[in-house]
Design a binder for this molecule. Structure first.
Ligand code: SF4
Length: 948
C-alpha cells in the first residue's frame, strides 16, 4: 500500500505525500543531480563540496569505504573528483555484498552533499538558533560541565555515545568518560542487543554473533525469531537465499507476516512476549522424541537437566494457550530443526526488547545447544546487529557497566587499562565522586543506562544511587526518539541545565525541548569525512577510507573529543600515547593503543597495517568461505574477526566461527570459554572429552595464568621479556601477549575449555522463565507467569509488579509492537534527511488488521490517534493490512519531528528539518526494562486506536 493522505494537523515540511520522485525532489527544492544539490549551499557554509564545473575528464579518485547504515558492512567504491563525491558503486568484489546494496546503501553519496546537515555550531538563545564559533561552543559547553562537576560531581554529566562512531572514536569516547570520572556513558546497544550480550556471554563466553552471515550459505535450516532481515539487513538475504537454494529450510517466527516470512517454508505466528514458551515448546518435542544431540550435551553443556525439568511445564496444550501455536505446527518446526542440521538461529529486536529479554536470548542459545548446533559451519547463533558499528561500540565499552573489551569495572579492570594508558589508578580514582551512594561506589558501579537517562534527571535526588541528578547530557550521535515514554523524555530535556547535541544532524534532542536557552548543536562529520576501522555484525573489522573532507564547519568526532579533553585539562593524560596533529588525534595511534589492551576478546592482532591490507585486497576473499586462498592475506579470514589472538606479529588469521573444535586455535578454532570458574555446586563445569584440534591438554581446562604455565611446565617457552611482563598476570592482563602466544602454540584456547551453561546463577532468573509482559492482554496468565518485584537496577528504582498488577487491557485492547522498515535507519534523522530515501516512505503509520479497522470505522490511509496506557496520544496514518492479526498492531520506529500531533518543523535550525517528519513510535511506548540490562520493552505493550 502506498500512503497518499496529507495530514491537516501534522504538516510535513515541504515533502507532501503521494508525489512521484521528480515532483518530490522539485517540491523539496532539489534537482536530481547531486552536484547541483551541492550548489544550493552557500559557499560560506562549505569547504570542499562546493559547486563547480567538473569537466568530464577530471581524474576520478576511487575511495574504498563501508556503508554506514547497518552492520552487514557492505563495501562501496566512492568516486571523487576535485574533492567532490560524484558517484558511487556497490563493491562487486567485496566478500559481504558482492555488488549488492539496499536502498540505504545506494543512497549514501547524498550524505556527502548533506544540505540538511548542521553546518556550524549553534546555540539556542531567547528561543532562537544562533550561529557561534567552535571556540565559543567548546568554551561554553566545557565551562558548564566544569561548573556542574564542581557543584554536583562528575556523575551529573551523561555521555550518550554512538553506534556510528568508528572503533577508534568509540574507544576514545569511553576513555573520555572514564577520565572525566563517570560510568554514565552508554549507547544504542543498550536498546537493541544488550540482552543478547548479557544472555549469550553468560551462556558460553562471548556476547556476539558466533558465525557469519556468509556462513549461512552452509546452513541446512534457519530459524528467524523476531528478525526481519529483508528490511533490516537486506544484503544478508543474498547469503540466506543462496542457503535456501542449496536446500536449507527457512522458518520465520514473528507476530507479523514480514517480508522475510514471505520467503519461509514455515511461518509461525507467536503472541508478542511468548518466546520462552515457544522455545520450550520446541524443546518439549525434541526431548520427547530423543532428537537432542546427547554426545554434544554430555561433553560441552552444563545444566541441561534443569531445562528438561522446566520444559515439562510446557506441553503442547500449554504452549498453544500461551503463544497461540498449534501442537501440529510446533511438531513440524521441531522436526525440521532436528532433520536439517546444522541449523542456525537468527534473532533481532523482536527477541531482545522485552523486560525479560536476557532470558529470551538464553533460551535461543539453549535450543542450539540441545541440537548440537554450536561450533559448526552452518550452525550457530547469527545475531544480526543494527547500526554499522554497534558491534564495535559495544566491544569498546561504550556501556555503563564496562571498560573497553568487557573488562568490567573492578579495580583490576581499571588497573589493566591504567597500565595501557600509562595512568596511575589513584589519579583515575580521584576523578570520580568518592564515597558510596545507596551502597554504590561510583567508580565501580554501573552507571545510568541510556534507556533511562530521563529518570536520572527526574527521579528525586535521594532515590538515585549517585551524588546528584543528571544535570547535563551530551547526545552524541544518538537521538532521544530512541527512548520510550516520550513525554517524560521531553520533561527531562527541559529540566536539565544544558543539552548538547553532537551530530551531523540537529536530532530530536535539539528540537524537542520547549526551553528557549541552553541547547547547543555541534556539527560532527560523518564517517565518510574521516577514516578508521568499523566492526561488522560478524566481528570482522574493516578499514574505511576518508571519501571527502569534512563538509561545512563539521569536525570528526575524535577531534571534538580532543577539544573537550583539552578544555577540561585532561588532554595530556588522554593522549599520552596518541599523536595529535593540530587538534586531530592520529587514528592509527588510537588503533595501536587499543591493540595493546583488548586481550579479552582478541582485538590485539588487528593492526592498522593488517586491516588496510585486507581493505586493499577485498577481491581476494571468497564470499563462500570469507578466506583468502592466496595473495598477501592467504589463509586469513576477511576482517580478522575477533578473537584475532596475540600481537599482530603472531599473524593469527581471525576467528570466523566461535567455539569450533575441529580447527586448531591458531587457525581460528576454539572451545567454550571457562569464564565462570571451574565448578558449580561441587560439580565440574569444564568440558569433558572435548577439546580443540591439536590441543596439548586433552580435556577441559581453566583460563591461562602465569601460575598455570608454570604448573604445565610451559613457563620457559616465554622469552625473558615476556616472563617479566607475564609475572602475576593472566591471558587478559599480560600486556606482552606471551601467555596467549604460548597457550596457542600448545593448541589451547587462552580463555580455557569449559562447558556452555544453561543456568546463570548470578541472574535473577537462573534459567529462562516465562514472565508475561508488564502490559499484557492476558490477565488470566499474570498469576501463573508474574513479573519481578519492583527493585533497584543501575542506580535507579525500577518498576515491575506495580505496573503489571494494573489491568490496562480493558481500555487498551490492542497489542502494540515496533520495528524497522527498509528505507530508514535507527531514529531516522540521517535517512529521512536523504532525499533519495525520503521519497520512498513519506508518512508515519500504524499497521492494523482489517477487522480492527472495521470495528473502529477506520479506512486505509485515514489519520488515526494511537492512545498509550500511560497517557500519550500520537497521530499517524492507518495502514490496514492482514500482515498483522486482529488484536495486534505495528509501528516503525524511525520517525520524529512531530510530537503528540504538533509539528516541530519550525523548531529545527533553518534549512535542517528532515524531508520527512512524523510522530515517534516511542512517544507512545510504555515503561518496562530488562531486569539485567535495562533494555526497554518495545515489543509487547498495549494501545487503543481511534479515528483522528
Ligand atoms: Fe548493506 Fe546494510 Fe548498507 Fe544496506 S544498509 S547497503 S544491507 S550495509
Amino acid at each position: 500500500m502506498r500512503l497518499t493522505r496529507t495530514s491537516d494537523k501534522v504538516s510535513l515540511p515541504k515533502s507532501g505525500l503521494g508525489l512521484n520522485r521528480r515532483q518530490f525532489l522539485k517540491t523539496a527544492g532539489l534537482s536530481a543531480g547531486g552536484i547541483a544539490a551541492a550548489s544550493m549551499l552557500g559557499t560560506a557554509m562549505m569547504r570542499k563540496a562546493h559547486a563547480e564545473f567538473i569537466p568530464h575528464d577530471t581524474p576520478i579518485e576511487v575511495k574504498k569505504t563501508i556503508c554506514t547504515h547497518c552492520a552487514v558492512g557492505c563495501g562501496i567504491y566512492a568516486h571523487v573528483q576535485n574533492g567532490v563525491w560524484t558517484d558511487q558503486e556497490p563493491a562487486f568484489d567485496h566478500p559481504f555484498n558482492s555488488g549488492g546494496h539496499c536502498a540505504k546503501g545506494a543512497a549514501v553519496r547524498e550524505v556527502g552533499h548533506g544540505d540538511r546537515r548542521l553546518k556550524y555550531p549553534m546555540k539556542k538563545e531567547g528561543g532562537k538558533w544562533k550561529r557561534i564559533s567552535w571556540e565559543q561552543a567548546i568554551n561554553e559547553v566545557g565551562n558548564k560541565a566544569l561548573e556542574i562537576r564542581e557543584q554536583s560531581g562528575p556523575d551529573s554529566i551523561f555521555f550518550m555515545g554512538s553506534a556510528k562512531f568508528s572503533n577508534e572514536q568509540a574507544y576514545l569516547y569511553r576513555k573520555l568518560a572514564a577520565l572525566w570520572g563517570t560510568n554514565n556513558v552508554d549507547h544504542s546497544a543498550r536498546i537493541c542487543h544488550s540482552t543478547t550480550v548479557a544472555g549469550v556471554a553468560n551462556t558460553w563466553g562471548y556476547g556476539a554473533q558466533s558465525n557469519s552471515i556468509n556462513d549461512m550459505r552452509n546452513a541446512k535450516s534457519m530459524i528467524f525469531v523476531g528478525a526481519n532481515p529483508c528490511e533490516a539487513h537486506p544484503v544478508a538475504m543474498q547469503h540466506i537465499l543462496i542457503g535456501k537454494e542449496r536446500g536449507a529450510k527457512i522458518i520465520v517466527v514473528d507476530p507479523r507476516f514480514t517480508h522475510t516470512a514471505a520467503k519461509s517454508d514455515e511461518y509461525v505466528h507467536i503472541r508478542p512476549g511468548t518466546d520462552i514458551p515457544f522455545i520450550y515448546g520446541l524443546l518439549w518435542h525434541i526431548f520427547e522424541n530423543g532428537w537432542e544431540d546427547k554426545q554434544f550435551v554430555e561433553e560441552r553443556v552444563y545444566g541441561m537437566e534443569l531445562i528438561r525439568d522446566e520444559v515439562k511445564k510446557f506441553p503442547p496444550d500449554v504452549v498453544e494457550n500461551i503463544a497461540g501455536v498449534t501442537k501440529e505446527q510446533m511438531f513440524r518446526v521441531a522436526k525440521i530443526l532436528a532433520d536439517y542440521r546444522p541449523g542456525t538461529i537468527v534473532w533481532c529486536m523482536g527477541g531482545t526488547q522485552h523486560h525479560m529479554g536476557n532470558s529470551n536470548t538464553r533460551a535461543y542459545c539453549i535450543l542450539q545447544l540441545a541440537l548440537g548446533n554450536m561450533g559448526v559451519p552452518g550452525g550457530g547463533t547469527n545475531i544480526f546487529r543494527g547500526h554499522d558499528n554497534v558491534q564495535g561500540a559495544t566491544d569498546f565499552g561504550l556501556l555503563f557497566d564496562n571498560l573497553p573489551g568487557y573488562y568490567g569495572l573492578t579495580s583490576g579492570a581499571w588497573e589493566h587499562w591504567g597500565a595501557v594508558w600509562g595512568l596511575e589508578y589513584a589519579w583515575m580514582k580521584s576523578r570520580f565522586d568518592q564515597g558510596t551512594y545507596l551502597g554504590q561506589e561510583p567508580m565501580h558501579s554501573t552507571g545510568i543506562p541510556c534507556s533511562r537517562w530521563q529518570d536520572g534527571v527526574l527521579e528525586p535526588k535521594d532515590k538515585i544511587a549517585q551524588r546528584d541528578n543528571i544535570r547535563m547530557a551530551f547526545f552524541w550521535g544518538q537521538s532521544v526518539n530512541t527512548e520510550t515514554r516520550g513525554p517524560t523524555v521531553r520533561k527531562a530535556l527541559d529540566a536539565m541545565d544544558m543539552v548538547v547535541v553532537v551530530d551531523p544532524f540537529p536530532t530530536m534532542a535539539g528540537v524537542m525541548p520547549e526551553r528557549s536557552d541552553g541547547v547547543y548543536l555541534l556539527p560532527a562529520a560523518t564517517q565518510f569525512e574521516t577514516y578508521g576501522s568499523v566492526s561488522a555484525t560478524n566481528r570482522s573489522i574493516q578499514w574505511r577510507s576518508k571519501v571527502i573532507e569534512p563538509l561545512f564547519e563539521c569536525k570528526p568526532d575524535h577531534e571534538i573529543i580532543y577539544l573537550l579533553a583539552k578544555h577540561w585539562g585532561i588532554d595530556a593524560q588522554m593522549f599520552k600515547n596518541i599523536k595529535v596533529n593540530g587538534s586531530e588525534p592520529l587514528v592509527e595511534d588510537i588503533t595501536r593503543e587499543f591493540n595493546r589492551g583488548m586481550w579479552t576478546i582478541g582485538y590485539t592482532g588487528q593492526s592498522p597495517e593488517r586491516l588496510k591490507l585486507h581493505q586493499e585486497n577485498w577481491g581476494e576473499f571468497s564470499a563462500d568461505s570469507l578466506q583468502a586462498a592466496g595473495g598477501p592475506c592467504a589463509g586469513e579470514t576477511y576482517g580478522l574477526p575477533w578473537p584475532c589472538w596475540g600481537t599482530p606479529e603472531m599473524k593469527h588469521p581471525g576467528t570466523q566461527i566461535l567455539y569450533r573444535t575441529d580447527l586448531e586455535v591458531r587457525n581460528g578454532g576454539g572451545t567454550f570459554r571457562a569464564r565462570f570458574g571451574v565448578e558449580h555446586e561441587g560439580k565440574s563445569i569444564l568440558a569433558v572429552d572435548s577439546w580443540s584440534k591439536g590441543s596439548a591438554i586433552e580435556d577441559g581446562y581453566p583460563e591461562f595464568t602465569d601460575a598455570m604455565l608454570k604448573q604445565l611446565g610451559w613457563w620457559n617457552q616465554l622469552t625473558p621479556a615476556e616472563q617479566s611482563a607475564a609475572e602475576g598476570k593472566n591471558w587478559k592482563t599480560d600486556l606482552s601477549g606471551g601467555i596467549q602466544r604460548v597457550a596457542i602454540a600448545n593448541g589451547c584456547t587462552p580463555y580455557g575449555n569449559a562447558k556452555a551453561r544453561c543456568t546463570v546463577w548470578t541472574f535473577p532468573d537462573k534459567i529462562p522463565i516465562h514472565r508475561e509482559p508488564l502490559y499484557t492482554p492476558r490477565r488470566d496468565l499474570v498469576p501463573l507467569y508474574p513479573t519481578y518485584a519492583d527493585q533497584y537496577v543501575a542506580r535507579l528504582p525500577t518498576l515491575y509488579e506495580s505496573i503489571q498488577k494494573q489491568d490496562f487491557a480493558k481500555g487498551f485492547p490492542l497489542v502494540l509492537t515496533t520495528g524497522r522498515i527498509v528505507e530508514y535507519e535507527g531514529g531516522g534523522e540521517e535517512t529521512r534527511s536523504n532525499p533519495w530515501l525520503a521519497q520512498l516512505q513519506q508518512e508515519m503509520y500504524i499497521e492494523l488488521n482489517p477487522k480492527d479497522a472495521q470495528d473502529r470505522g477506520i479506512r486505509d490511509g485515514d489519520k488515526v490517534k494511537v492512545h498509550s496506557p500511560e497517557g500519550a496520544i500520537i497521530e499517524v496514518a492507518a495502514m490496514v493490512t492482514p500482515r498483522v492479526i486482529p488484536g495486534e498492531t505495528f509501528m516503525p520506529f524511525h520517525f520524529a519531528g512531530v510530537f503528540e500531533s504538533k509539528s516541530l518543523a519550525k523548531d529545527y535550525p533553518e534549512g535542517t528539518e528532515p524531508y520527512v517528519i512524523g510522530e515517534s513510535a516511542n512517544t507512545a511506548m510504555t515503561y518496562g526494562y530488562d531486569v539485567v540490562t535495562q533494555m526497554q520493552e518495545t515489543k509487547a505493550t498495549l494501545c487503543q486506536i481511534s479515528r483522528a
